[in-house]
Design a protein around this ligand. Structure first.
Ligand code: IDP
Length: 148
């Protein structure tokens, strides 16, 4: 089963949206396999956003993601990577469609509530980066036969 890394960013945590975001993925039929509230170190933030190192907003991005706790998760399900990105909406909330997480709750690109891996390679890299072996679990739900 495909897996992806989803994170409620500090703005989403402060605004009380952890439950709402979990709920949307749960109701869709996806399965949470790991989840933790944590404060992000500068080192982890810089590794996570390494592809944006040269961008002018990199410093701001690292400062923001380390500014307060985040809720980090692994979600599993068929096509979860692409589907979760659809459910999150476009990076800039002003362009994200209503009904998406960013479209419903965000206003600016710097504070866009949620992160989700953008490819199978990123998902694998990010899951390894954010979770250690003991924190990763894989299980089945009896409801799965009604979803698939
Ligand atoms: P994604 O989160 O939708 O995958 P990316 O292009 O990978 O989008 O950018 C990572 C994060 O960097 C975005 O979620 C957003 O919070 C932030 N970001 C992207 N562009 C800008 C910008 O122009 N100014 C400030 N922050 C930005």
């Amino acid at each position: 089963m495909e897996k992806t890394f989803i994170m409620v960013k500090p703005d989403g945590v402060q605004r009380g949206l952890i439950g709402e975001i979990i709920s949307r993925f749960e109701r869709k039929g996806f399965r949470m396999e790991s989840g933790k509230l944590m404060t992000v170190s500068t080192e982890l933030a810089e590794k996570h956003y390494a592809e944006h190192k040269e961008k002018p907003f990199f410093g701001e991005l690292v400062n923001f993601i380390t500014s307060g706790p985040v809720f980090a998760m692994v979600w599993a399900g068929e096509d979860v990577i692409a589907t979760a990105r659809q459910m999150m909406g476009k990076t800039n909330p002003s362009e994200a469609a209503p009904g998406t997480i960013r479209g419903d709750y965000g206003l600016t690109v710097g504070k866009n509530i949620v992160h989700g891996s953008d490819s199978p390679e990123s998902a694998e890299r990010e899951i390894q980066l954010w979770f250690n072996e003991e924190e990763l679990s894989s299980y089945e739900k009896t409801i799965d036969s009604w979803i698939y």
